[in-house]
Design a binder for this molecule. Structure first.
Ligand code: AMP
Ligand code: GLY
Length: 305
């Protein structure tokens, strides 16, 4: 029997997901909430005005419209427990639980998790007091020049500083001026890593992993890798930076280890796990985890699957 799907989100990533899912003969219709101009009335795909912030209204809508599966695109509803709430209401939903989504929603959680499980990452420390963070930056035994709001900040909560002064200013902006709101109540101060940055994503059922082709996105706002970091200004896939051998290493030492660790800690990770990696001279290191498909990595990944 053909299934009706509901994709949550409004970006290019969700357009791609709807476009690809609609190609399946098993899928009768793809609704997107709230969607965008590209997903409005396009063959099997159409937009829905259902509220995505109220999970009980959403569950009711899914039952009334015989939605067989909900696919959640962005991190905010995942971190807010959309998967937990829909599944509790009997609506099948693809994505991690709120606890598992902490891997993205709390950088201090994910850094401590990596340390607990021996997953390679930059040296770090977290702070809830700005003065302590600044003293640490001035005395750290490694060049501690990356300052991150621990919570969700739409990919913009990371400042790669050129010196200690700029790093301290970033701490004050985040913690005192609250440039990222409550996402900056805790900051992570991190060692600066150098190398090529790659995005390695996989599907996971909570036990095993199935990697996707590795991608790279264009992070900096301006040409020549200049300007502040963005959530990604474009992407390509596959990337020649990741050989089959390296992908196997990433699979074993990062992706599988993460899924094993989450299972061991009683918060199994089901959904798409995104590892942002820096390929440094000292080997690969995890910069961040995301609990979803990348945007714009999703849009280029489609060409390879
Ligand atoms: P994150 O959200 O932690 O991935 O950080 C956003 C972006 O900031 C990354 O995609 C990198 O381009 C950059 N970045 C984060 N952490 C570091 C680091 N330790 N060293 C150098 N660049 C970093
Ligand atoms: N392109 C980076 C991200 O999706 O977080």
């Amino acid at each position: 029997m053909a299934v009706r799907l509901l994709v949550i989100g409004s970006g290019g990533r969700e357009h791609t997901l709807a476009w690809k899912l609609a190609q399946s003969p098993h899928i009768q219709q793809v609704l997107v909430a709230p969607g965008n101009a590209g997903t409005a009335n396009c063959g099997k795909i159409s937009n829905s005005e259902v509220s995505v912030s109220n999970h009980s209204i959403l569950a009711q809508f899914c039952k009334e419209h015989s939605v067989g599966l909900v696919v959640v695109g962005p991190e905010v509803p995942l971190a807010a427990g959309m998967v937990d709430d829909l599944q509790a209401a009997g609506v099948p939903c693809f994505g991690p639980s709120a606890k598992a989504a902490q891997l993205e929603a709390s950088k201090s959680f994910s850094k401590a998790f990596m340390d607990r499980h021996g997953i390679p990452t930059a040296n770090w420390c977290s702070f809830t007091d700005p003065q302590e963070a600044c003293s640490y930056i001035r005395t750290a035994s490694f060049p501690a020049l990356v300052v991150k709001a621990s919570g969700l900040a739409a990919g913009k909560g990371v400042i790669v500083a050129k010196d200690q002064e700029e790093a301290c200013q970033a701490v004050l902006d985040i913690m005192k001026d609250k440039t990222f709101g409550s996402a900056g109540e805790t900051v992570v101060v991190e060692e600066l890593l150098e190398g090529e940055e790659v995005s390695c994503l996989c599907f996971s059922d909570g036990c095993s992993v199935s990697p996707m082709p590795p991608a790279q996105d264009h992070k900096r706002l301006q040409d020549g890798d200049l300007g502040p970091n963005t959530g990604g200004m474009g992407a390509y896939c596959p990337t020649p930076q990741v050989s089959q051998e390296l992908l196997q290493q990433i699979r074993e030492t990062v992706l599988q280890k993460t899924v094993d660790g989450m299972k061991e800690e009683g918060t199994p990770y089901v959904g798409v796990l995104y590892a942002g990696l820096m390929l440094t001279k000292q080997g690969l290191k995890v910069l961040e985890f995301n609990c979803r498909f990348g945007d714009p990595e999703c849009q280029v990944g489609k060409l390879c699957v």
